[in-house]
Design a protein around this ligand. Sequence first.
Ligand SMILES: [Zn+2]
Length: 364
Amino acid sequence: MTTGQSAKPDRPGQPHVALGTGQRWGLRLAGAAGALGVIDAYGLLRRRLVRWSACILSYHRVGPDTELPTDVPLTTPADFEQQVVYLKRRYQVMSLAAMGRAIRAGQPLPRNAAAITFDDGYRDNYRHAYPVLKKHGVPATIFLATAHIDEGHAFWWDRVSYAVLLTTARKLESDRLGSYDLGTTPARWEAVSTMDVKLKQMPDHEKNEAIEEMVRKLGADVPAAMARDMILTWKDVREMAANGITFGSHTVHHPTLIGLPLEQARQEIADSRSRIEEMTGQPCDTFAYPDGREGNVSPAIKSILAESGYVCAVYALPNRLVAPGADPFGLARVSPKWDFTTFRLSVSGLYPDLASVINRRRTG
Ligand SMILES: [Zn+2]
């Protein structure tokens, strides 16, 4: 790895997330609904009407801050604790594996089932989320990309953010990624998001080559010590495994599986499982698809998961609850974003239900 600064870099600000008109109205509506107690009433009513539904929450990073500028979703420890306490009081929080087994067997779940999950295996999960979960005795699943734990390498999207936001270069010319003006901070954030979209569409080997080329040209890469400190260690994992946290697979190298030859996908799926079981001494029977949009998953990949001994798999897909008849290898998740009101709006089912009605009207 080429290295940039070894000290904590000056942060070039956070990404500016522009809300669309619909989202702005959605947030206003959420505020009003929260103030009127509509959300909790809807949640109660919904649970009386449906046989059961389950909310699988998808977190990434939990902490007061991140060591590098990033657009990976970050939940503060205070917000996380508020959400955990709320879930514990109003929902039946269960392990994802238990939920997956019941769904697979066609058994009903509690009317208010919920599961907490984290993707990628950032070390802040150990530092900031685990103490909260332990304090309140709430189970959770963390999905690990095992090569990153073994080697302490930064994830590709963090390398892109670091290189583009902290380089001293003022522009980038890349055959694979295009030309970018890096003269201002907003232009750099814009470049990060454009590159992320392009990279996600590339087959895995091409994506990796494009990133290596970009990092070389910009002369800035996540320093090795920072990368090691960002990712969980097996010691962290074992301590959490002994205290109510379970570990699922997020493959070995975090490739987009749809772009891989099936034999390679099979290896990513099987090897990560056996490595996690070897290091934790516990079964690893849940899986989260890397870059887990529905379109990135094929029936062949789902069959490999079932043959490899997994009981269920989750999409990254935000904001849909799981209902009877769900495919255990295509479970939707809810992304806890923004403020507490919006969180309650999502887990109650009100926001997912409204979104599905609006989408049906649009497509219907
Ligand atoms: Zn991931």
